[in-house]
Design a protein around this ligand. Structure first.
Ligand SMILES: Cc1ncc(COP(=O)(O)O)c(C=O)c1O
Length: 398
Protein backbone atom coordinates (compact mmCIF):
# COMPACT_ATOMS: atom_id res chain seq x y z
CA UNK A 1 0.00 0.00 0.00
CA UNK A 2 1.37 3.45 -0.82
CA UNK A 3 1.34 6.12 1.86
CA UNK A 4 -1.27 8.19 0.05
CA UNK A 5 -3.70 5.33 -0.54
CA UNK A 6 -6.70 5.50 1.76
CA UNK A 7 -8.16 2.30 3.16
CA UNK A 8 -11.72 2.74 4.40
CA UNK A 9 -12.37 1.85 8.04
CA UNK A 10 -9.87 0.98 10.75
CA UNK A 11 -6.66 -0.97 10.47
CA UNK A 12 -6.28 -3.29 13.45
CA UNK A 13 -2.98 -3.54 15.30
CA UNK A 14 -2.79 -6.85 17.14
CA UNK A 15 0.86 -6.61 18.09
CA UNK A 16 2.03 -7.00 21.68
CA UNK A 17 3.36 -3.45 21.67
CA UNK A 18 3.05 -0.85 20.45
CA UNK A 19 -0.66 -1.40 20.89
CA UNK A 20 -3.78 0.34 19.61
CA UNK A 21 -3.97 3.88 21.06
CA UNK A 22 -7.44 5.04 22.19
CA UNK A 23 -8.80 8.26 20.64
CA UNK A 24 -8.84 9.94 24.06
CA UNK A 25 -5.10 9.32 24.39
CA UNK A 26 -4.30 10.53 20.88
CA UNK A 27 -6.34 13.67 21.51
CA UNK A 28 -4.65 14.32 24.84
CA UNK A 29 -1.28 14.56 23.09
CA UNK A 30 -2.55 17.06 20.56
CA UNK A 31 -1.64 20.25 22.37
CA UNK A 32 1.21 22.72 22.77
CA UNK A 33 3.88 21.99 25.36
CA UNK A 34 4.37 24.20 28.41
CA UNK A 35 7.44 26.07 29.58
CA UNK A 36 9.56 24.12 32.03
CA UNK A 37 8.51 26.39 34.91
CA UNK A 38 4.75 26.07 34.41
CA UNK A 39 3.17 24.68 37.61
CA UNK A 40 0.75 22.71 35.43
CA UNK A 41 3.70 20.63 34.24
CA UNK A 42 4.50 19.74 37.86
CA UNK A 43 0.87 18.71 38.30
CA UNK A 44 0.98 16.57 35.17
CA UNK A 45 4.10 14.75 36.38
CA UNK A 46 2.65 14.25 39.88
CA UNK A 47 -0.57 12.91 38.38
CA UNK A 48 1.33 10.37 36.22
CA UNK A 49 3.46 9.28 39.20
CA UNK A 50 0.36 8.76 41.33
CA UNK A 51 -1.36 6.83 38.54
CA UNK A 52 1.64 4.57 37.96
CA UNK A 53 1.82 3.84 41.69
CA UNK A 54 -1.83 2.84 41.58
CA UNK A 55 -1.35 0.52 38.58
CA UNK A 56 1.73 -1.04 40.19
CA UNK A 57 -0.18 -1.42 43.47
CA UNK A 58 2.47 0.24 45.52
CA UNK A 59 2.18 2.80 48.25
CA UNK A 60 5.86 2.77 49.10
CA UNK A 61 7.79 2.89 45.85
CA UNK A 62 9.41 5.95 44.29
CA UNK A 63 8.59 6.30 40.60
CA UNK A 64 11.32 7.39 38.18
CA UNK A 65 10.17 8.11 34.67
CA UNK A 66 12.49 8.35 31.67
CA UNK A 67 12.15 9.63 28.14
CA UNK A 68 13.03 6.15 26.91
CA UNK A 69 11.69 2.83 25.79
CA UNK A 70 11.75 -0.35 27.87
CA UNK A 71 15.44 -0.94 27.15
CA UNK A 72 16.14 2.40 28.81
CA UNK A 73 14.24 1.35 31.92
CA UNK A 74 16.19 -1.94 31.90
CA UNK A 75 19.42 0.05 31.78
CA UNK A 76 18.24 2.23 34.67
CA UNK A 77 17.83 -0.89 36.81
CA UNK A 78 21.23 -2.22 35.77
CA UNK A 79 23.16 1.01 36.30
CA UNK A 80 21.58 1.84 39.64
CA UNK A 81 21.52 -1.59 41.25
CA UNK A 82 24.67 -3.33 40.07
CA UNK A 83 28.25 -2.35 40.77
CA UNK A 84 30.79 -3.04 38.00
CA UNK A 85 31.41 -6.79 37.65
CA UNK A 86 28.63 -7.64 40.09
CA UNK A 87 26.46 -10.66 39.26
CA UNK A 88 22.74 -10.94 38.59
CA UNK A 89 20.59 -14.04 38.25
CA UNK A 90 18.33 -13.98 35.19
CA UNK A 91 15.94 -16.92 34.98
CA UNK A 92 15.55 -17.61 31.28
CA UNK A 93 12.02 -16.97 30.08
CA UNK A 94 12.78 -16.43 26.40
CA UNK A 95 13.95 -13.70 24.05
CA UNK A 96 13.47 -10.79 26.44
CA UNK A 97 15.27 -12.28 29.41
CA UNK A 98 18.16 -13.15 27.07
CA UNK A 99 18.21 -9.62 25.64
CA UNK A 100 18.23 -8.16 29.15
CA UNK A 101 21.10 -10.51 30.04
CA UNK A 102 23.05 -9.34 26.99
CA UNK A 103 22.50 -5.73 28.06
CA UNK A 104 23.70 -6.49 31.59
CA UNK A 105 26.87 -8.08 30.21
CA UNK A 106 27.42 -5.23 27.75
CA UNK A 107 27.45 -2.80 30.65
CA UNK A 108 30.20 -4.71 32.47
CA UNK A 109 28.31 -6.96 34.88
CA UNK A 110 28.02 -10.73 35.12
CA UNK A 111 24.93 -12.84 34.44
CA UNK A 112 24.02 -16.25 35.80
CA UNK A 113 21.32 -17.75 33.62
CA UNK A 114 18.97 -20.62 34.42
CA UNK A 115 18.17 -23.03 31.61
CA UNK A 116 15.36 -21.96 29.28
CA UNK A 117 12.48 -24.43 29.45
CA UNK A 118 11.03 -24.07 25.97
CA UNK A 119 7.23 -23.86 26.14
CA UNK A 120 7.19 -23.51 29.92
CA UNK A 121 7.31 -20.53 32.27
CA UNK A 122 10.24 -19.93 34.63
CA UNK A 123 10.50 -22.76 37.13
CA UNK A 124 10.84 -21.26 40.65
CA UNK A 125 12.90 -24.33 41.66
CA UNK A 126 15.58 -23.25 39.19
CA UNK A 127 15.71 -19.86 40.89
CA UNK A 128 15.93 -21.39 44.35
CA UNK A 129 18.67 -23.79 43.30
CA UNK A 130 20.77 -21.08 41.61
CA UNK A 131 20.51 -18.90 44.70
CA UNK A 132 21.37 -21.79 47.04
CA UNK A 133 24.47 -22.50 44.95
CA UNK A 134 25.55 -18.88 45.47
CA UNK A 135 26.80 -19.49 49.01
CA UNK A 136 28.90 -16.30 49.00
CA UNK A 137 25.88 -14.19 48.07
CA UNK A 138 27.58 -12.71 45.02
CA UNK A 139 24.26 -12.40 43.19
CA UNK A 140 23.00 -8.87 43.81
CA UNK A 141 19.58 -9.27 42.22
CA UNK A 142 17.21 -11.60 40.41
CA UNK A 143 15.93 -10.01 37.18
CA UNK A 144 12.64 -11.62 36.18
CA UNK A 145 10.60 -10.98 33.03
CA UNK A 146 6.98 -11.48 34.08
CA UNK A 147 5.66 -12.18 30.60
CA UNK A 148 8.15 -13.09 27.95
CA UNK A 149 6.48 -11.30 25.06
CA UNK A 150 8.22 -13.54 22.53
CA UNK A 151 7.24 -16.88 24.09
CA UNK A 152 3.82 -15.86 25.47
CA UNK A 153 4.39 -17.47 28.88
CA UNK A 154 3.76 -15.64 32.15
CA UNK A 155 5.60 -16.77 35.26
CA UNK A 156 4.30 -17.08 38.80
CA UNK A 157 5.79 -14.09 40.62
CA UNK A 158 4.54 -15.22 44.03
CA UNK A 159 6.24 -18.59 43.63
CA UNK A 160 9.50 -16.91 42.59
CA UNK A 161 9.30 -14.62 45.65
CA UNK A 162 8.90 -17.75 47.79
CA UNK A 163 11.87 -19.37 46.05
CA UNK A 164 14.11 -16.38 46.86
CA UNK A 165 12.93 -16.48 50.47
CA UNK A 166 13.36 -20.26 50.70
CA UNK A 167 16.97 -19.93 49.55
CA UNK A 168 17.50 -17.34 52.31
CA UNK A 169 19.24 -15.15 49.79
CA UNK A 170 19.37 -11.35 50.10
CA UNK A 171 19.17 -10.72 46.32
CA UNK A 172 16.86 -7.92 45.21
CA UNK A 173 13.74 -8.96 43.34
CA UNK A 174 13.48 -6.94 40.11
CA UNK A 175 10.55 -7.59 37.78
CA UNK A 176 9.97 -6.47 34.20
CA UNK A 177 6.22 -5.97 33.84
CA UNK A 178 6.58 -4.20 30.51
CA UNK A 179 4.15 -6.45 28.66
CA UNK A 180 1.93 -7.53 31.56
CA UNK A 181 1.23 -4.33 33.46
CA UNK A 182 -2.48 -3.45 33.63
CA UNK A 183 -3.36 -6.63 31.71
CA UNK A 184 -2.40 -9.23 34.34
CA UNK A 185 -2.60 -9.05 38.13
CA UNK A 186 0.52 -7.50 39.66
CA UNK A 187 0.90 -6.12 43.17
CA UNK A 188 4.37 -4.75 43.74
CA UNK A 189 4.16 -4.28 47.51
CA UNK A 190 2.30 -7.51 48.27
CA UNK A 191 4.75 -9.52 46.16
CA UNK A 192 7.79 -8.01 47.84
CA UNK A 193 9.14 -6.76 44.52
CA UNK A 194 11.96 -4.28 45.08
CA UNK A 195 11.97 -2.79 41.58
CA UNK A 196 9.25 -2.98 38.93
CA UNK A 197 9.97 -1.92 35.37
CA UNK A 198 7.36 -0.72 32.87
CA UNK A 199 6.91 0.95 29.51
CA UNK A 200 4.20 3.08 27.97
CA UNK A 201 3.34 1.28 24.74
CA UNK A 202 1.61 -1.92 25.81
CA UNK A 203 -1.09 -2.30 28.46
CA UNK A 204 -0.80 1.43 29.12
CA UNK A 205 -2.09 2.20 25.61
CA UNK A 206 0.37 5.02 24.85
CA UNK A 207 2.98 5.46 22.14
CA UNK A 208 6.45 4.13 22.90
CA UNK A 209 8.73 6.64 24.61
CA UNK A 210 8.20 6.43 28.36
CA UNK A 211 10.06 3.91 30.47
CA UNK A 212 9.64 3.90 34.22
CA UNK A 213 10.67 2.10 37.36
CA UNK A 214 9.02 1.73 40.75
CA UNK A 215 11.76 1.48 43.37
CA UNK A 216 11.28 0.46 47.00
CA UNK A 217 13.30 1.70 49.96
CA UNK A 218 15.73 -1.22 50.00
CA UNK A 219 16.58 -0.84 46.33
CA UNK A 220 16.92 2.92 46.80
CA UNK A 221 19.48 2.37 49.56
CA UNK A 222 21.46 -0.08 47.43
CA UNK A 223 21.44 2.34 44.51
CA UNK A 224 22.56 5.19 46.74
CA UNK A 225 25.64 3.18 47.79
CA UNK A 226 26.41 1.80 44.34
CA UNK A 227 29.77 3.14 43.09
CA UNK A 228 28.98 2.47 39.39
CA UNK A 229 29.50 5.68 37.40
CA UNK A 230 26.24 6.88 35.81
CA UNK A 231 24.47 10.09 34.94
CA UNK A 232 21.34 9.97 32.77
CA UNK A 233 19.89 6.93 34.51
CA UNK A 234 20.93 7.91 38.04
CA UNK A 235 17.94 7.73 40.38
CA UNK A 236 19.73 10.00 42.87
CA UNK A 237 19.87 12.88 40.38
CA UNK A 238 16.20 12.45 39.61
CA UNK A 239 15.10 13.28 43.13
CA UNK A 240 15.55 16.93 42.24
CA UNK A 241 12.87 19.53 42.89
CA UNK A 242 12.60 20.83 39.31
CA UNK A 243 11.26 18.72 36.51
CA UNK A 244 14.13 19.69 34.19
CA UNK A 245 16.54 17.92 36.55
CA UNK A 246 14.08 15.14 37.43
CA UNK A 247 13.99 14.20 33.76
CA UNK A 248 17.68 14.94 33.22
CA UNK A 249 16.54 17.51 30.64
CA UNK A 250 13.22 18.23 28.95
CA UNK A 251 10.31 16.11 30.14
CA UNK A 252 8.49 14.23 27.33
CA UNK A 253 5.43 16.39 27.93
CA UNK A 254 3.13 15.20 25.18
CA UNK A 255 3.76 11.60 26.14
CA UNK A 256 2.96 12.49 29.73
CA UNK A 257 -0.33 14.01 28.56
CA UNK A 258 -0.98 10.69 26.84
CA UNK A 259 -0.07 8.70 29.92
CA UNK A 260 -2.30 10.78 32.17
CA UNK A 261 -5.24 10.26 29.81
CA UNK A 262 -4.56 6.53 29.46
CA UNK A 263 -4.33 6.03 33.21
CA UNK A 264 -7.65 7.87 33.61
CA UNK A 265 -9.23 5.45 31.12
CA UNK A 266 -7.89 2.45 33.05
CA UNK A 267 -9.24 3.80 36.34
CA UNK A 268 -12.58 4.63 34.76
CA UNK A 269 -12.97 1.05 33.53
CA UNK A 270 -11.58 -0.28 36.82
CA UNK A 271 -8.30 -2.19 37.07
CA UNK A 272 -10.04 -5.46 37.88
CA UNK A 273 -12.40 -5.05 34.94
CA UNK A 274 -9.43 -4.32 32.66
CA UNK A 275 -7.78 -7.55 33.78
CA UNK A 276 -11.00 -9.53 33.37
CA UNK A 277 -11.36 -8.17 29.82
CA UNK A 278 -7.80 -9.22 29.00
CA UNK A 279 -8.36 -12.69 30.45
CA UNK A 280 -11.54 -13.16 28.41
CA UNK A 281 -10.06 -11.97 25.11
CA UNK A 282 -6.98 -14.14 25.68
CA UNK A 283 -9.16 -17.20 26.27
CA UNK A 284 -10.98 -16.51 23.01
CA UNK A 285 -7.69 -16.36 21.12
CA UNK A 286 -6.38 -19.52 22.79
CA UNK A 287 -9.61 -21.35 21.94
CA UNK A 288 -9.38 -20.32 18.28
CA UNK A 289 -5.73 -21.34 18.01
CA UNK A 290 -6.44 -24.72 19.61
CA UNK A 291 -9.10 -25.29 16.97
CA UNK A 292 -6.78 -24.17 14.15
CA UNK A 293 -4.17 -26.59 15.50
CA UNK A 294 -6.33 -29.63 14.71
CA UNK A 295 -4.99 -29.51 11.13
CA UNK A 296 -1.47 -30.22 12.42
CA UNK A 297 0.11 -27.04 11.04
CA UNK A 298 0.43 -25.07 14.28
CA UNK A 299 0.23 -25.26 18.06
CA UNK A 300 0.20 -22.99 21.09
CA UNK A 301 3.79 -22.42 22.20
CA UNK A 302 3.06 -22.23 25.92
CA UNK A 303 2.22 -25.75 27.05
CA UNK A 304 0.87 -24.80 30.47
CA UNK A 305 -2.66 -23.40 30.08
CA UNK A 306 -2.50 -21.44 33.36
CA UNK A 307 0.76 -19.79 32.26
CA UNK A 308 -0.56 -18.62 28.88
CA UNK A 309 -0.22 -14.88 28.74
CA UNK A 310 -3.26 -12.63 28.76
CA UNK A 311 -1.25 -10.14 26.67
CA UNK A 312 0.16 -12.17 23.79
CA UNK A 313 -0.21 -15.61 22.27
CA UNK A 314 2.71 -17.27 20.54
CA UNK A 315 1.86 -19.92 17.98
CA UNK A 316 4.45 -22.35 16.65
CA UNK A 317 4.04 -23.29 13.00
CA UNK A 318 5.08 -26.49 11.26
CA UNK A 319 8.12 -26.47 8.93
CA UNK A 320 7.15 -25.30 5.45
CA UNK A 321 4.52 -22.81 6.60
CA UNK A 322 5.53 -19.38 5.26
CA UNK A 323 4.15 -17.42 8.16
CA UNK A 324 5.64 -14.09 7.09
CA UNK A 325 3.70 -14.39 3.83
CA UNK A 326 0.51 -14.93 5.85
CA UNK A 327 1.32 -11.86 7.94
CA UNK A 328 1.87 -9.76 4.83
CA UNK A 329 -1.48 -10.84 3.35
CA UNK A 330 -3.27 -10.16 6.65
CA UNK A 331 -1.74 -6.69 6.87
CA UNK A 332 -1.99 -5.58 3.24
CA UNK A 333 -5.24 -7.22 2.17
CA UNK A 334 -7.22 -7.59 5.40
CA UNK A 335 -5.86 -4.60 7.40
CA UNK A 336 -4.85 -6.65 10.41
CA UNK A 337 -1.27 -6.56 11.70
CA UNK A 338 -0.13 -9.36 13.92
CA UNK A 339 3.42 -9.92 15.06
CA UNK A 340 6.31 -12.08 13.89
CA UNK A 341 8.22 -14.33 16.23
CA UNK A 342 11.49 -12.97 17.59
CA UNK A 343 15.07 -14.18 17.82
CA UNK A 344 15.57 -17.91 17.33
CA UNK A 345 11.83 -18.41 16.79
CA UNK A 346 11.74 -16.08 13.76
CA UNK A 347 9.96 -17.77 10.84
CA UNK A 348 8.91 -20.68 13.07
CA UNK A 349 6.10 -18.99 14.97
CA UNK A 350 3.86 -15.95 15.02
CA UNK A 351 2.26 -13.88 17.75
CA UNK A 352 -1.13 -12.33 18.31
CA UNK A 353 -1.04 -9.39 20.69
CA UNK A 354 -4.25 -8.99 22.66
CA UNK A 355 -3.50 -6.28 25.16
CA UNK A 356 -4.41 -2.69 25.62
CA UNK A 357 -7.38 -0.93 24.11
CA UNK A 358 -9.11 -3.95 22.57
CA UNK A 359 -12.60 -5.38 22.59
CA UNK A 360 -14.36 -8.51 21.38
CA UNK A 361 -15.12 -7.36 17.80
CA UNK A 362 -11.49 -6.33 17.31
CA UNK A 363 -10.36 -9.78 18.45
CA UNK A 364 -12.92 -11.51 16.25
CA UNK A 365 -11.87 -9.31 13.33
CA UNK A 366 -8.26 -10.24 13.91
CA UNK A 367 -8.95 -13.96 14.12
CA UNK A 368 -11.13 -13.83 11.00
CA UNK A 369 -8.47 -11.88 9.10
CA UNK A 370 -5.82 -14.43 10.06
CA UNK A 371 -8.12 -17.21 8.85
CA UNK A 372 -8.68 -15.29 5.60
CA UNK A 373 -4.94 -14.80 5.13
CA UNK A 374 -4.27 -18.48 5.84
CA UNK A 375 -6.92 -19.37 3.28
CA UNK A 376 -5.26 -17.12 0.68
CA UNK A 377 -1.87 -18.67 1.48
CA UNK A 378 -3.32 -22.21 1.47
CA UNK A 379 -2.23 -22.92 5.03
CA UNK A 380 -4.40 -25.76 6.33
CA UNK A 381 -6.14 -24.91 9.62
CA UNK A 382 -8.97 -26.35 11.69
CA UNK A 383 -12.18 -24.61 10.64
CA UNK A 384 -13.73 -24.35 14.09
CA UNK A 385 -11.55 -21.44 15.24
CA UNK A 386 -14.05 -18.58 14.94
CA UNK A 387 -16.79 -20.72 16.41
CA UNK A 388 -14.68 -21.59 19.45
CA UNK A 389 -13.71 -17.94 20.00
CA UNK A 390 -17.36 -16.87 19.77
CA UNK A 391 -18.33 -19.56 22.28
CA UNK A 392 -15.85 -18.12 24.78
CA UNK A 393 -17.00 -14.56 24.21
CA UNK A 394 -20.66 -15.59 24.46
CA UNK A 395 -20.26 -17.25 27.85
CA UNK A 396 -22.49 -15.72 30.53
CA UNK A 397 -20.78 -12.73 32.10
CA UNK A 398 -19.06 -13.54 35.39
C1 LIG B 1 8.85 -8.00 28.34
C2 LIG B 1 9.58 -6.93 27.59
N1 LIG B 1 10.65 -6.37 28.14
C3 LIG B 1 11.33 -5.40 27.49
C4 LIG B 1 10.96 -4.95 26.26
C5 LIG B 1 11.73 -3.89 25.59
O1 LIG B 1 10.96 -2.73 25.47
P1 LIG B 1 11.23 -1.65 24.33
O2 LIG B 1 10.97 -2.28 23.02
O3 LIG B 1 10.26 -0.55 24.66
O4 LIG B 1 12.64 -1.21 24.48
C6 LIG B 1 9.83 -5.50 25.66
C7 LIG B 1 9.39 -5.06 24.33
O5 LIG B 1 8.60 -5.68 23.67
C8 LIG B 1 9.12 -6.51 26.35
O6 LIG B 1 8.03 -7.07 25.82
Amino acid sequence: MSETERIPGERFLLAPGPTHIPGEVLNAMHRQPMDHGDPRLEQLIASCDAGLRRVLHTKKAEIYTFASNGHGAWEAAIENLLAPQQAVLIPMAGHFSEQWAIQVEATGRRVIRTKLREGYPIDPNDVEQALREDSKHEIAAVFVVHTDTARGCTCDLQAIRKAIDAARHPALYVVDVISSLAAAPFEMDALGVNVAIGGSQKGLMCPPGIGFVGVDERAEAIAANNPAPRYYWDWGRRKAKYNYTQFCGSAPQNLLFALEAALALLFREGLEAVQARHALLARAVHAAVEAWSSAGTMSLHCRVPAARSVSVTTIDVAPGIEIDAVRAVARERFQVSFAPALGVQRGKAFRIGHLGDLNAPMILGCLAAIEAAMTVCRVPYGREGMHRAIEVLAEPER
